[in-house]
Design a protein around this ligand. Structure first.
Ligand code: COA
Length: 170
């Protein structure tokens, strides 16, 4: 019986995601988008992320395949802004199985999604990630991203009773 070739750059295939890939993509995301690196609630990995992006822009939902399994994925979309003639390419999620990270899979996915976005008329790509996700920041810098802009998120817990200072009567 022929052996399944090991996953590696040489037998890496980047292709469009199909419905059959959803469970594997979802589980890889669960593995790599951990609470430590994705603490804000506005960036929550769940099955709707996959289906929504797949429905809106199938061409920008890619998987990397090798050795008979999905190794990683990149999910993106395009955005047009009011008052801007530019089309932006938003790479929303990119994830590679933990055991094969730093093996070139992420770069392969990025190259293909960038090419596809360019074909769609995108003039600028954007990404976002937690400020402390240094591996991802290094990865994006390696792909040419720069001009890091910081963004502040604040929260207000509505279940806590507010502690109003009592006003002393004269
Ligand atoms: C970010 C991620 C997609 C990169 O995929 P990858 O397959 O590991 O990346 P590559 O092997 O193609 O790395 C390309 C370059 O990125 C940089 N890089 C990647 N991982 C790195 C790490 N852990 N530490 C430092 N630099 C890193 C390096 O410069 C590397 O080039 P080199 O191999 O010549 O040194 C992957 O680490 C991942 O899934 N992380 C968890 C999910 C995540 O944070 N996603 C991004 C936000 S949505």
């Amino acid at each position: 019986m022929p052996e399944t070739p090991p996953a590696g750059k040489d037998n890496l295939r980047i292709r469009e995601m199909t419905i059959d890939d959803f469970p594997e993509v979802f589980h890889i995301g669960e593995e790599v988008f951990t609470a430590e690196s994705f603490q804000s609630l506005y960036r929550t990995w769940d099955e709707f992320e996959i289906t929504t992006l797949f429905n809106s822009d199938t061409e920008l939902c890619l998987v990397a395949e090798g050795g008979g399994r999905i190794l990683g994925f990149a999910l993106g979309t395009t955005v047009t802004k009011h008052n801007s003639p530019w089309k932006y390419g938003y790479l929303v999620w990119v994830g590679v199985r933990s055991d094969i990270q730093q093996g070139g899979v992420g770069s392969g996915l990025f190259k293909e999604i960038k090419h596809r976005m360019k074909e769609q008329g995108v003039r600028m790509m954007i990404i976002d990630t937690s400020a402390d996700n240094l591996p991802a920041i290094k990865f994006f810098q390696k792909q040419g991203f720069g001009d890091i802009q910081e963004h502040v998120y604040m929260s207000l817990n509505l279940t806590r009773k507010s502690r109003k200072k009592s006003v002393k009567k004269p």
